[in-house]
Design a protein around this ligand. Structure first.
Ligand code: PMV
Length: 353
């Protein structure tokens, strides 16, 4: 028997992935860019053991057993990693130095998140990244991190970005087989230590529309979507890469807020519309704009972004964070709204609102 445990962090996109051009291979309709948060507060932890004595593959998510055969995407990740291991075993055998036939052993997978699952906090990203990374370690695969991310992409699109720390782009690629659709690191986690993220958990209820169903519906029905993927995101990707490399918070903040707003606009333009934000989310948006308007030199002091859920992630330079936490705490006292505050990230911070 062989057992390996790994953790993977959450990433929060600042240029959003929304829409698949191939639903089987999970190939996106646009490239995206994210910030990987530190693992201290939010992470998925996965333990996988492989043993020839096991009967079949089994999976426990947050302590509850799930039927692994029903999870096609996870199955694809097993298939791909086992195939690479199998080729290594065949090569080793041919060279007269056989290695353990781990690719033929059933596996037991235990995965847990230390934060609410499926509440718009990117749990699928860290969960699938942890799964595929642990498999790659278990099978001792000698492949690059981008190659591991290409496999994780097939578990959950955004998962491919959680394989790297720091600032990460998922390049959409052009090929039909998805071989050029993977994540690359734009800058490491040490690049911009002054940038912090504050996660405000507005609600930890499971989201109403899954990202898979939502994306397909947007692709089919939104008229704004074409404009977004063809004419807007390509230039934003370039602008965001430059903002990150230059540590230019002004461009980073404006692009982040505009892209979050446009993602939620295409959700609203989907027919029937998809609502991920609630009144508290919208009030936080307004508060951040009002806070930015108080800046004496007109410079942005904070930026918000929202994934497929109502929880806010606020990016800001370290020097503004204490003020922002105080502001949010003042306008959203914890006894009024079931919202939670996390601060730490990249250097994230957290807590209940
Ligand atoms: O990877 P998925 O299917 O959970 O999609 C997530 C999409 C967003 O979180 C809304 C945006 C993103 O780029 O992470």
């Amino acid at each position: 028997m062989k057992t390996v445990t790994c953790t993977a962090p959450v990433n929060i996109a600042v240029i959003k992935y929304w829409g698949k051009r191939d639903t089987e291979l999970i190939l996106p309709t646009n490239s995206s860019l994210s910030v990987t948060l530190s693992q201290d507060i939010l992470h998925s932890k996965t333990t996988i053991s492989a043993a020839k004595e096991y009967d079949h593959d089994r999976l426990w998510l947050n302590g509850i057993e799930e039927d692994i055969t029903k999870n096609k995407r996870m199955h694809n990740c097993f298939r791909e990693t086992r195939a690479i291991r199998q080729a290594m075993e065949a090569k080793a055998e041919a060279e007269g130095k056989p290695i353990e036939p781990l690719s033929t052993y059933p596996v037991h997978v235990c995965s847990e998140n230390n934060f609410p699952t499926a509440a718009g906090l990117a749990s699928s990203a860290s969960g699938l990244a942890a799964l595929v990374y642990t498999l790659s370690q278990l099978f001792e695969l000698t492949i690059s991190t981008s190659e591991v991310s290409r496999i994780a992409r097939q578990g959950s699109g955004s998962a491919c970005r959680s394989l790297f720390g720091g600032f990460v782009a998922w390049e959409m690629g052009e090929k039909e087989d998805g071989s050029d659709s993977y994540a690359v690191q734009i800058a490491p986690e040490t690049h911009w230590p002054d940038l912090q993220a504050l996660i405000c958990v507005v609600s930890d209820a499971k989201k109403g529309t899954s990202s898979t169903a939502g994306m397909q519906s947007t692709i089919k029905t939104s008229l704004l979507m074409n404009e977004r993927i063809n004419n807007i995101v390509p230039a934003r990707m370039e602008g965001m890469k430059k903002a990150v490399l230059d540590k230019d918070f002004q461009s980073f903040a404006e692009l982040t807020m505009r892209d979050s707003n446009q993602f939620h606009a295409v959700c609203l333009d989907t027919y029937p519309p998809i609502f991920y934000l609630n009144d508290t989310s919208r009030a936080i948006i307004q508060l951040i704009h009002e806070y930015n308007a108080t800046s004496p030199d007109g410079k942005l002091k904070a930026a918000y972004t929202y994934d497929a859920g109502p929880n806010a992630v606020i990016y800001a330079p370290k020097e503004n964070m204490a003020e922002i936490i105080q502001l949010i705490g003042h306008y959203f006292p914890s006894n009024k709204e079931p919202a939670e505050f996390f601060a730490n990230p990249y250097n994230a911070i957290s807590g209940k609102l």
